[in-house]
Design a protein around this ligand. Structure first.
Ligand SMILES: *Cc1c(COP(=O)(O)O)cnc(C)c1O
Length: 383
């Protein structure tokens, strides 16, 4: 038997156009965290999403950290944050020694529950407290329900940081993901829909804030002929080489979205026939990129558990993962306050227990996707 290569959840998928930008950077010796590629990548991403500007950074986490700094988040401040997410959404809250309060998801989008958010806002307001920011995450390529969430945040006058690390290219209410908050952030990590091998971007309509972000991201160096510093700074800028990869990737972003959506459609068609299987819904207000196809099983109809499927696929050298383990279930946040969707219904916990991300790699052949379907079926039926 010939060795089949591992099938991945989502691996880097180059367009072939990246090399040209990298070569230009080498030829002009701009092998540095500044240069033409950085500037062009920033304006290409900003113009794609219809935002007035962006700052290219070393990671999405760095972008989140700077967003919190720019919103003045400090020690002992309260920051509301989606519970159902990757830890990177919440870690920067701890970098600032602020206090995260986690908010559950809703079933329509799997993202932040407006009902839980409103309850949290109300209770904190009653205690005379107000969060400094709300970090709202768009999971697996789908936007959260910003019409409702933004109304609540506006009512209580709390700024939104939109964690769009997983949703570049998605839309909501005919607007691009990343443009709904005071700040939006993207990630170009290796597993995201496009990659720079590692990188991120902070976007905003607030040019003054973006200028400050550039300042903090380059060690907060004061304007002086010598090296002078009055504030804490960071080394968070993106290299001109990596920005070149990003420019080549931006050229195929729409194509990748199309491919991701086709991967989803195939799973949906093949596996929805099985009673007890359902997929992350696509909310009517928006269009998801389907960065990762996320599926859930109903224990009333399906006996196996999620880890049985993950293990079965792994034995065949196929990568899959349970959905994100909610932050309020993490040992790191065991003392954090949490607002579930409604009393006695913890949606993110349930999704974690019964949900799985399927291989959604645009490098995957259709034969291999068929194989994945067949093996998922076998795992579920315990064949
Ligand atoms: C990937 C990701 C991040 C962080 O991005 P990095 O570039 O890896 O730092 C933040 N939030 C979410 C939801 C992510 O999936």
């Amino acid at each position: 038997m010939t060795e089949r290569a591992r099938i991945y959840l989502s691996s880097p998928h180059m367009s072939g156009l990246e090399q040209q930008y990298i070569t230009e950077a080498f030829e002009t010796n701009w092998v540095a965290p500044l240069g033409e590629n950085v500037d062009a990548f920033e304006s290409e991403v900003a113009s794609y999403i219809g935002s007035s500007g962006g700052v290219a950074l070393s990671s999405g986490t760095a972008a989140l950290h700077l967003a919190l700094i720019l919103l003045g988040v400090e020690k002992d401040d309260i920051v509301f944050c989606s519970s159902f997410t990757f830890i990177a959404s919440a870690n920067p809250i701890l970098y600032q020694k602020a206090i995260p309060v986690f908010i559950d998801s809703e079933l329509n989008t799997w993202n932040m529950s407006p009902i839980a958010l409103e309850r949290a806002m109300k209770e904190y307001a009653a205690k005379g407290k107000k969060p400094k920011a709300v970090v709202i995450v768009n999971l697996y390529g789908q936007s959260a329900d910003y019409n409702k969430l933004k109304n609540i945040c506006d009512h209580y006058d709390v700024p939104i940081v939109e964690d769009a690390a997983e949703s570049l290219g998605a839309t909501y209410s005919e607007r691009m993901s990343g443009t709904f908050g005071e700040f939006g952030i993207f990630s170009f990590n290796g597993n995201k829909i496009i990659t720079t091998s590692g990188g991120g971007m902070l976007v905003s309509e607030n040019q003054t804030a973006l200028e400050k972000a550039r300042f903090y991201a380059t060690q907060a160096r004061d304007r002086a002929p010598h090296y002078q510093h009055s504030q804490i700074g960071y080394n968070y800028r993106l290299s001109n080489i990596l920005a070149g990869i990003g420019r080549g990737q931006m050229k195929v972003l729409d194509q990748r979205i199309q491919e991701k959506r086709e991967i989803f459609s195939f799973y949906n068609r093949e596996l929805s026939k099985i009673k007890g299987i359902s997929f992350m819904p696509e909310y009517f207000e928006g269009k998801s990129t389907r960065w990762l196809t996320a599926m859930s099983i109903d224990p009333d109809f399906i006996e196996c558990n999620i880890m049985d499927i993950v293990k079965h696929l792994d034995k065949l050298n196929i990568e899959s993962r349970p959905l994100w383990k909610p932050m309020h279930m993490q040992p790191l946040f065991k003392d954090a306050v949490y607002y579930n969707h409604v009393e006695d219904l913890d949606i993110s916990q349930k999704l974690f227990k019964y949900g799985i991300c399927l291989p959604s790699d645009t490098n995957m052949s259709s034969e291999n996707q068929q194989l994945c379907c067949k093996e998922i079926y076998k795992a579920i039926r315990k064949l």
